[in-house]
Design a protein around this ligand. Structure first.
Ligand SMILES: Nc1ncnc2c1ncn2[C@@H]1O[C@H](COP(=O)(O)OP(=O)(O)OP(=O)(O)O)[C@@H](O)[C@H]1O
Ligand SMILES: [Mg+2]
Length: 233
């Protein structure tokens, strides 16, 4: 229950931080390490990201990819190293960092309300903005069939796993942040749909993308500017 309230509040805060249309010059991740009381999750992560650049970070399941993304967005503070945006540290500084990041969560939070609310999270968008995000995330068929007032059920029980992923992708596009963090964003989608969504996201010059994945097709890999293999040590 508290977990749910916390997540709902986090979305509320996201709402209020909308708008500004942040831009960035460079994201720099230097010697980043994160550990819990009994385990080093990852260490020695270094990379840079320029506006519009598309980077794929690959590591095995359980390596710490989700934990790494949570460090980038400031939900967790690293034990070593820095996450810098335009030479300013945003280590553990969620309220600052999240203004730059759209986040496709591996386990999206779905409200027991209609499809429209789950896409917009209660914010106002023009019909064309909403339609654009629906198309780019591959939700056009569902919306045409069921309508935006479709009740998605408790934890999205009236949606498939892949449809939940697409709702999460649409949300991240509507948030219009300059860096999209995608956590196994299309793992529940079939090959052709996954490719189509990747083609749309990765050809958009206006957003930079950091995607983490443990499995991805060769064709999709080629759409990225860079592929970094983590956990090879
Ligand atoms: N909140 C937490 N507290 C303690 N340990 C955690 C927590 N979250 C994750 N872990 C541990 O950290 C390690 C990395 O988890 P993480 O979810 O980041 O991996 P991942 O690479 O995203 O895995 P997957 O490919 O399965 O999504 C795992 O051993 C996991 O059990
Ligand atoms: Mg993960």
């Amino acid at each position: 229950m508290w977990d749910k309230v916390e997540k709902a509040l986090a979305y509320q805060e996201q709402d209020t931080a909308k708008a500004e249309n942040k831009t960035f010059e460079k994201l720099t991740v230097t010697n980043l390490a994160y550990q819990t009381s009994d385990q080093v999750i990852f260490k020695g992560v270094n990379f840079e990201l320029n506006p519009g650049e598309k980077v794929l970070l690959m590591a095995p399941s359980g390596w710490g990819k989700t934990t790494l993304l949570r460090n980038l967005i400031g939900q967790l503070a690293p034990n070593q190293g820095t996450v810098q945006i335009d030479n300013q540290s945003v280590n553990g500084y969620w309220s600052k960092a999240h203004q730059y990041f759209g986040y496709v969560n591996q386990k999206p939070f779905i409200f027991n309300r209609d499809l429209e609310f789950n896409l917009t999270l209660g914010q106002k968008f023009s019909p064309s903005e909403l339609q654009d995000a629906i198309e780019k995330s591959g939700l056009d068929e569902l919306v045409a069939q069921k309508g935006l007032s479709y009740q998605v059920g408790q934890a999205g029980s009236n949606l498939s796993g892949g449809q939940i992923q697409r709702v999460e992708i649409a949300r991240s596009l509507l948030a219009k942040r300059p860096i999209l963090l995608a956590d196994e964003a299309t793992s529940a989608l079939d090959g052709p749909l996954s490719l189509k969504i990747h083609q749309t996201l990765l050809k958009n010059p206006e957003i930079a993308v950091i995607e983490v994945a443990h499995k991805i097709s060769e064709e999709e890999k080629k759409l990225f500017d860079r592929v970094l293999i983590l956990g090879a040590d």
